[in-house]
Design a protein around this ligand. Structure first.
Ligand code: ADP
Ligand code: MG
Length: 410
């Protein structure tokens, strides 16, 4: 077992445990000392996120309802003990067991290994804002699973930005910071993502969901601190997105559908308009539009239902979201469908409130709401049945809405 596996390993057979942020930060400081022979001067943390509902709506100017999770990327840094004039920053990710040398002067992201492009993109953005510093050594540790749809990429970007704020003593406005990180993902990692992931990692607040209007960028905090309800995240531990082009394809299909419907984005479309313009839309565009229009409605209705304490309705909306992502948006997969089906079965006796795939799709995780007293037995049963049917061991953990990015030391 390597150190990263040790971090993720648990002693509980039903639910995986990860280091608390406090322990992860201490662990990162120890590892920094071992790797670079001195203690770190600065430590920063940024969380992953889970989206309760509102999937594939962010790049359609719609609503999303994510929360930060208590899984973090933690980055530690100190002035470098050795300097390389061309590339003054040494960054080591313990999880991928690799060190890369970076400089804000690197023009082409292809000059560095793929994972370091997220860090580089943020460094370049900060440099452009006049955030400069002497040569640095950086160590990255993480409890956010990579590529699992919980936005380890945004956590890495936002942790980098937060670390550089600590190093330079210059802080950014939170919207500016989230947008800088999104730009890094677009331009340096080649991923045309929406704003949800970076906004959530920057602005997440303990015990709150965030209703984010991706058009106006307004954030409404929605309290979710009911101790009787637990957020359960189950990772299929599969990823079928082979080409990586599916996301960009969905995005351009939505743009094309909006154009054919004569609206600026699918945020402005309605079911009535879809009915009227149906003839002009190929079936695939109709399906994509139907998902987005319905999902935006479901997201705002979810907030109203949570505020009214109507958890049964929240559950129905989550299942409806999953069906739509599976049938109309076509981004689910057999493993995600199986997890939701198993959760729904548990729900017949009241042990699950609602469940759906979360994140981009084609693998990754489901998010479920579970009465806290049932979490253990639900997790145990789904783990066993998923493993029996697929031969794959899922990862399962619980979380509560967590605190967004912050400086831990420095
Ligand atoms: P997700 O954001 O859902 O986890 P992505 O494919 O968007 O999935 O981002 C995952 C990528 O982010 C990884 O393949 C890696 O390049 C980078 N990454 C995230 N966390 C780390 C880390 N701790 N160390 C190195 N690279 C990381
Ligand atoms: Mg990502």
């Amino acid at each position: 077992m390597n150190d990263q596996e040790a971090i993720n390993a648990g002693d509980n057979p039903a639910i995986d445990k990860a280091l608390s942020l406090e322990n992860l930060a201490s662990w990162t400081e120890e590892q920094f000392q071992q790797r670079f022979g001195q203690p770190p001067t600065w430590v920063a943390a940024a969380p992953g996120r889970v989206n309760l509902i509102g999937e594939h709506t962010d790049y359609n100017d719609g609503f999303v309802l994510p929360m930060a999770i208590d899984r973090y990327v933690v980055m530690a840094a100190a002035p470098s003990t050795e300097s390389d004039s061309d590339r003054p920053v040494r960054v080591c990710s313990h999880g991928v067991d690799q060190t890369e040398r970076l400089s804000p002067d690197i023009k082409d992201p292809a000059e560095v290994v793929p994972w370091a492009r997220y860090v580089l993109g943020v460094m370049v953005g900060c440099h452009r804002r006049g955030m400069t510093y002497d040569p640095l050594d950086i160590l990255v540790e993480s409890t956010v699973p990579l590529g699992g749809g919980l936005s380890s990429s945004a956590a890495l970007e936002v942790a980098t930005a937060t670390l550089l704020e600590a190093v330079t003593g210059k802080t950014m406005d939170s919207v500016e910071k989230a947008l800088l990180c999104q730009k890094a993902e677009h331009e340096y990692a080649g991923m045309p993502c929406g704003i949800m992931d970076q906004f959530t990692s920057v602005m997440g607040l303990r015990d709150h969901l965030m209703l984010l209007d991706c058009r106006s960028r307004d954030v409404k905090l929605v309290r979710m601190d009911d101790a009787d309800i637990t957020v359960l995240i189950i990772n299929t531990n599969v990823k079928h997105e082979l080409t990586g082009g599916e996301y960009a394809e969905r995005r351009s299909q939505c743009e094309a559908a909006a154009e054919k419907m004569g609206v600026a984005s699918l945020r402005d479309a309605t079911f009535d308009l879809l009915g009227e313009t149906k003839e002009a839309l190929e079936p695939v565009f109709q399906r994509r539009a139907r998902h987005v229009i319905g999902e935006i409605e479901r997201t705002t209705e979810t907030v109203a239902s949570i505020e009214a304490g109507d958890w049964a309705r929240v559950g129905e909306l989550m299942y409806a979201s999953h069906d739509s992502l599976r049938d109309d948006y076509e981004v689910s997969c057999v493993e995600l469908d199986l997890l939701v089906e198993l959760a729904k079965k548990q729900g017949e006796s009241g042990a699950v409130i609602g469940s759906r795939m979360t994140g981009g799709g084609f693998g990754g995780c489901t998010v479920s709401l579970v009465p806290s007293g049932d979490v253990e037995s639900v997790a145990r049963s789904i783990r066993a049945e998923y493993q029996r049917r697929t031969g794959i061991e899922p990862s399962i953990f619980t979380t509560r809405p967590a605190q967004g990015a912050h400086i831990v030391r420095g």
